[in-house]
Structures are given as C-alpha cells and as structure tokens.
Write a protein that binds this ligand. Structure first.
Ligand code: PMP
Length: 411
C-alpha cells in the first residue's frame, strides 16, 4: 500500500490562502441541514432501537428497495435481493478486488483512472493495464487490442474497471453508441465489467445514458453511491451484482465490517422517502454546471493555447500541459503560487500522466475558480520559460541558481 498523491496534498492545500482545484469533495452547502438534523432526531427517538443496532450484512431491505428505484434513472431494472449495501462505493471496490484478484492478475482500466481504485487494485497485488480513451470515453478497438496483447502474453484478465459517466479524472462520458460495443467485447471475451457510477446523476443537462449493466446484467457489477448525489457523511454506497457474485460480496463484507451502519442506512432511506431527493439532485446539477462554466471560461481566457476536456457533468476536467512541462515537478511552485491541482501521475499505475493535471471545479465558488486558473496560468507560463531555457522544468535537473522556489518537502 502507498499513500495517495491526493492524500499527501491535503494538509497543504487546505490552507485558506490556497485555491484548491485539487480535491474532489462534493459541495454540500445547499443541503437543508436544519431539516436533516430534525429528521435525524426523529429517527433516533422513534426507531432508535433498530437504528442503533447491528443489521443485515447485505444491508437493510427497505434501503435496498429504494436503491433499485434510484437505479431506474440509469435504465437498470434490479431486484433488491441483488443489491449489497456498502460503506461507500470505495468498500465495494475493495470487496470486488478481494474476491477476484490474486497476485499478478490484470485489471483493465481507462487511461487515466480513479486514483482510489488503482490503490485498491495494488493493495490486492493486481496489475492495471490502461486502455486508451478519447472524448467519447473508452475506445473499443483499444480494448480489443489490449485484450489480444495480454492474452498473447498468457496474462490472466480478471475484470474491466470503468467509469462511464463524467469520468474521474478525465471528465468525459462513454458515448451511447460505444456502450453496447464495450459490453459485447467483454461478453465475448468472458471479462467481467465493474461499472463505477458515483457521478451519473450529476449530468448538467440530463439524466445518465443507460448503464452498461442494463445491456448485460449477468456480466456487470455496478457500483453506486450516495456520496455525490446526496452527501458522503453517512458513507453509504452499494453494489448490484449477478447472483453468485452477490453472495461472495456479502460474505466478504461480513468478514470486513459485519454490517454497514444501520443508522446511516436508515437516515438515507428516510431522505429518499421523505425529501424531494431528485429536486436536490437538480440543485446540485445547476451549481456544478455554473462552476464548470466558470472553469471553462477561465481556461479560455487565461490558458487559451492548452487543451482540456469539456465535461457534461461531474466534477473534473483533464488538462494537457504544454510540451515539456512536468505536472509533478511544477506542483511545489503552484502551491507557492497559491493554487493546487492533482498531478496526472496519480491516475496511472504505470508512471505516465506527468503531462496532465486534473482540475476539479466542485468545491470553490466560481470567482475562486477563476482566480485559481489565473494563478495556474502564471505558474505554467513561468514553467514554460524554464523549459525554453533549460529544456525541463524538473528542478532536480536544473542548475542550482535557475529557480528560487522551495523544494517539494518545504511546502
Ligand atoms: N469511485 C469514484 C470514481 C470516485 O470518484 C469516488 C470518490 N471520489 C469513489 C468511487 C468513492 O466514493 P464513495 O466511497 O464516497 O462512494
């Protein structure tokens, strides 16, 4: 196990003078906290004996029923019996890895992919093979080619891990045309799909495209979460899995945690039944759309010659740095310039990504996002001068007097 690049950043970027375009924390300021507090009080006083007790390892049936209703927005028609409630979708990723991965097994994942999933696959000694993507998501031909190449080497592929909607970190969405094609390739090649969909309901203009699960329920483990469509605090997510896998997930979860938090599950069930939760999703969509627009406008204004992805939802855009710049080497100077991002290297298992940064627009308000991108543009322009003069912006390779910025461990 290794500490993630994002975690290492936390202490520095949480200083108030730094505009953080780094973290992926949902912005929950619009939640009706007073009435949620009142609901929590009622929940404990009326149903405390159940809420404060252990529950079923698979998760509370009433909540599993509600979860199947939430999934109808993804075109999924599920039986509550196939749902396993987890402690966030992060636990579901851990359980899937525990069940399937043995040392040296291969997980196919997008290039780039979610840092938290890569860490989990590594913890179970799986090896990630990255498959190229473009503005329309995972490229089917690249997937086929990678499967062919790995099989020719005698490698054992356990599953494809994919984030089809509003990808973290790439910000792109798998097109409707490609969805059945990707599912068909995996069906033909007998490769399970792990479909991770925490951002699906946060499309700026629409409900999500049909889930991969809806094309082949027997070939997909679908992961959902309340962290982004509601709030991460209760730590409730879920997995929807074919029957045989569902049984294993329950056993693995019981041995890890006995049962998911009962009070968390009951609070979420109550939120889904008593609140206009879909109205809240619309409030979030509007807020994130404004923030995304602020980021896109600032990139146009301050870094017009760079390339970045244009998200249709979610939290992130993926920016390609100018030729020769290294995102990791630049980070200390960005933090000195009071702006933070995540280096693209966090999102690859194979050392790539130094030519990219992930910018998130979920947390700071629009004016701060604009200020953050302005600061970033100053840092990038200064780095460009270094590259022009010395051919690199990696301070380890620069002459001693070339830069005055502090070393990475000083910020
Ligand atoms: N998958 C992806 C793609 C994510 O971005 C995140 C959170 N950043 C998770 C899973 C985990 O979320 P949670 O455990 O809060 O459901």
């Amino acid at each position: 196990m290794r500490s993630s690049e994002i975690r290492a950043l936390f202490a520095v970027v949480s200083r108030p003078e730094v505009v953080s375009l780094a973290g992926g924390m949902p912005n929950i300021k619009d939640l009706p906290l007073d009435s949620l507090a009142e609901s929590a009080r009622t929940l404990i006083s009326r149903h405390g004996a159940q809420a404060m007790q252990y529950g079923s390892g698979q998760g509370w049936e009433d909540l599993r029923q509600r979860i199947t209703e939430v999934m109808t927005y993804d075109g999924i028609n599920a039986d509550p019996d196939d749902v396993v409630v987890t402690t966030g979708s992060q636990q579901a990723l851990d359980l899937v890895s525990e069940i399937f991965l043995e040392k040296g097994d291969v997980v196919l994942a997008e290039a780039p992919s979610y840092v938290g999933a890569l860490g989990t696959f590594r913890a179970y000694e799986g090896e990630v093979a990255h498959v190229e993507m473009d503005e329309d998501g995972l490229i089917p031909e690249a997937l086929e080619e990678m499967i062919r190449r790995l099989r020719a080497q005698g490698r054992r592929i356990k599953f494809l891990y994919t984030i089809p909607n509003f990808h973290n970190p790439a910000g792109v969405t798998l097109s409707e045309e490609r969805r059945p094609v990707i599912v068909e390739i995996c069906r033909r090649e007998h490769i399970l799909i792990v479909e991770d969909n925490p951002y699906g309901l946060l499309g700026f203009d629409s409900d999500p495209l049909p889930a991969l699960q809806s094309y082949n329920p027997e070939g997909v483990v679908y992961l959902g979460s309340f962290s982004k469509m509601f709030a991460p605090g209760f730590r409730i997510g879920w997995a929807l899995a074919p029957h045989a896998i569902r049984n294993k997930l329950v056993l693995a979860s019981e041995s890890a945690i006995l049962s998911p938090s009962m009070v968390g599950q009951m609070a979420i069930e109550q939120y889904l039944s008593d609140y206009d939760w879909y109205g809240q999703v619309k409030v979030y969509r509007q807020m994130y759309r404004e923030r995304c627009n602020a980021m896109m406008a600032a990139l146009e204004d301050f870094l017009p010659d760079l390339q970045w992805t244009t998200p249709k939802g979610g939290f992130y855009t993926w920016v390609t740095l100018p030729e020769g710049l290294d995102a990791k080497a630049m980070l200390p100077r960005a933090v000195t310039g009071l702006v933070a991002y995540v280096s693209g290297t966090a999102f690859y298992a194979d050392g790539r990504g130094g030519d990219h940064v992930r910018l998130s627009f979920c947390y700071p308000p629009p004016e701060e996002i604009r200020e953050g991108v302005l600061r970033l543009s100053r840092v990038i322009n200064a780095e460009r001068e270094l590259v022009e003069m010395f051919g690199t912006n990696d301070r380890a390779e620069l002459p001693d007097d070339a830069v005055s910025a502090p070393a990475p461990d000083q910020v």
